[in-house]
Structures are given as structure tokens and as C-alpha cells.
Design a protein around this ligand. Structure first.
Ligand code: GDP
Ligand code: ADP
Length: 234
């Protein structure tokens, strides 16, 4: 049977838990977790885009699209899960030009919750590991669990940048959500653990069948049908 690759996208405002959920999905199902923010922070393109990153502004479409399409090109034979890309209609169209996602997961988290989470987010810059002083604190305050290196707060997580980021996200994401509405699965809530368990319990069997290449019918289609019966679509 021809090998099928799973291409998934996670959409959500800054602080909605994309990185946290993607990490768990990637670990549980063996997908590659590709974070646009992390690629920017690690590559030369990100150094040039520093002024955008620090102020929490979206990097121009042509810059991030080039970074992401280059990374996707290197992973043509892998299952992947995109975190943070696409964020605008232009980016979504560029992605569609090379491959169409099988499914899109959208996280809807209340604004107040996002603000609280971002102000308590600390990161280990070298690895991208993320902590939260309430939700998943490091073993020792202020240092990364694995390396012992210091944690930092991102410039764009400081209160002055957060409100503008959240506003801009909404405007840019609307047409993207519209574009993907046929393959979109929305999760609403204030706790990543609940969203995760809901996702995991519905999808464990279907995704594993798909990923092990034993499916004759796309589980994404079966999942879509099950999902529509279980969850009122927003
Ligand atoms: N209190 C709380 N914090 C969470 C929860 N889920 C994620 N976080 C934290 O919220 C912050 C933002 O999560 P992250 O995955 O980085 O969001 P992203 O910006 O969408 O990728 C991080 O500090 C996480 O540790 C949750 O359910 N409750
Ligand atoms: N798809 C994208 N389009 C434009 N800018 C992006 C994109 N992805 C990431 N960035 C830039 O990188 C920053 C950090 O992104 P990310 O790590 O995904 O954090 P968050 O989910 O908290 O916004 C964004 O504020 C933005 O400046």
C-alpha cells in the first residue's frame, strides 16, 4: 500500500497551548513537531526578524513562508504537525501550494486566560522547552530541568506586547479558519490537560491505525464523522 503521511496544523492564539499540545501529540503518535516560532528563534532569518519577534509582531509572510517551506521540504517523507504556521491567509495559500493538510486543530481559549499564561511563561531558549510557574514549573525555580541553564521570559510575553499580539492574531486568523473549515476541529476550554485527554481519547485508535499504514479508509475521514457526532461545531 502506498505510504500515507499525516499532515496536521494546530491553530490558536499566543498562549493557547499549541506548543504544549503539539509536544504531547508528537510524543504520543511519533509525528514531527514543527514550531514556526522555534525555527525563527534558531535560524538566521530569525536574527534578521528580531525587531518583529521582540515586539510580538507577525514576521512578513514572505520571510516566514520561506523558512517554513524550506523546513517542510526537508521532511517530505515524515508525518508532521505544524505549530504556529500558517497564521495568515497568504501563508495558508503558500502551504496549500506544496501540500494540503489532512486536519486542522483550532484551540479556543479565553482572552484573560491567555494573558495570565503568557505572563507566567518562562522558556529555555536553546531547546524551546516551555514552563509555567503554575502549570508546569521547573524542578528548581528559574532553571531548565535538563540542562540547569537559566530560563528567560520572552520580550513578547511582557504585558505591553501581549494585548497587541492577541488582537492581531484574531484579525489574521479569521480567514485562515474560514479556509480550513471543512477539516477544522475546534477545542474550547481553559485547561490544556482536559483538551489533551479529549483529543487523545477520541483519536488514539484512529491515528495509530493511520500511522501504522494499515488503514484502507482514511481515519481522518472516520474521525471527522465521529467528531461531528460528538462535538457541536463552533
Ligand atoms: N495554567 C496553565 N498554563 C498552561 C496550560 N497549558 C499551557 N500552559 C502554559 O501556558 C503557556 C503557553 O503555552 P504554550 O504551549 O507555550 O502556548 P503557545 O503560545 O500557543 O504555543 C506556557 O507557559 C505553558 O506552560 C494550562 O492548562 N494551564
Ligand atoms: N506564521 C508566522 N507568521 C508570522 N510571524 C510568526 C509566525 N510564527 C511565528 N512568528 C513570529 O514568532 C513569534 C513567536 O511565535 P511563537 O513561538 O509561535 O509564539 P506564540 O504562539 O506565543 O505567538 C511571533 O510573535 C511572531 O513574531
Amino acid at each position: 500500500m502506498a505510504s500515507k503521511l499525516l499532515r496536521a496544523v494546530v491553530l490558536g492564539p499566543p498562549g493557547s497551548g499549541k506548543g504544549t499540545v503539539c509536544e504531547r501529540i508528537a510524543r504520543s503518535f511519533g509525528l514531527q513537531h514543527l514550531s514556526s516560532g522555534q525555527f525563527l528563534r534558531e535560524t538566521e532569518a530569525g536574527v534578521l526578524a528580531q525587531q518583529y519577534l521582540e515586539r510580538g509582531l507577525l514576521v512578513p509572510d514572505h520571510v516566514i513562508t520561506r523558512v517554513m517551506l524550506t523546513e517542510l521540504e526537508k521532511r517530505r517523507e515524515q508525518h508532521w504537525l505544524l505549530d504556529g504556521f500558517p497564521r495568515t491567509l497568504g501563508q495558508a495559500k503558500a502551504l496549500d501550494g506544496i501540500c494540503q493538510p489532512d486536519l486542522v486543530i483550532s484551540l479556543n481559549i479565553p482572552f484573560e486566560t491567555l494573558k495570565d499564561r503568557l505572563s507566567a511563561r518562562w522558556v529555555h531558549p536553546a531547546s524551546g522547552r516551555v514552563y509555567n510557574m503554575d502549570f508546569n514549573p521547573p524542578h528548581t525555580q528559574g532553571v531548565d530541568d535538563l540542562t540547569g541553564e537559566p530560563l528567560v521570559q520572552r520580550e513578547d510575553d511582557k504585558p505591553e506586547a501581549v494585548a497587541a499580539r492577541l488582537r492581531k492574531y484574531k484579525d489574521a486568523a479569521k480567514p485562515v479558519i474560514e479556509l480550513y473549515k471543512g477539516i477544522l476541529y475546534s477545542f474550547s476550554g481553559t485547561e490544556t490537560n482536559k483538551i489533551w485527554w479529549f483529543f487523545f481519547s477520541i483519536n488514539y485508535f484512529l491515528l495509530n491505525v493511520f500511522l501504522s499504514q494499515k488503514a484502507t479508509l482514511s481515519p481522518v475521514a472516520i474521525w471527522g464523522a465521529t467528531w461531528k457526532m460528538c462535538v457541536p461545531q463552533s
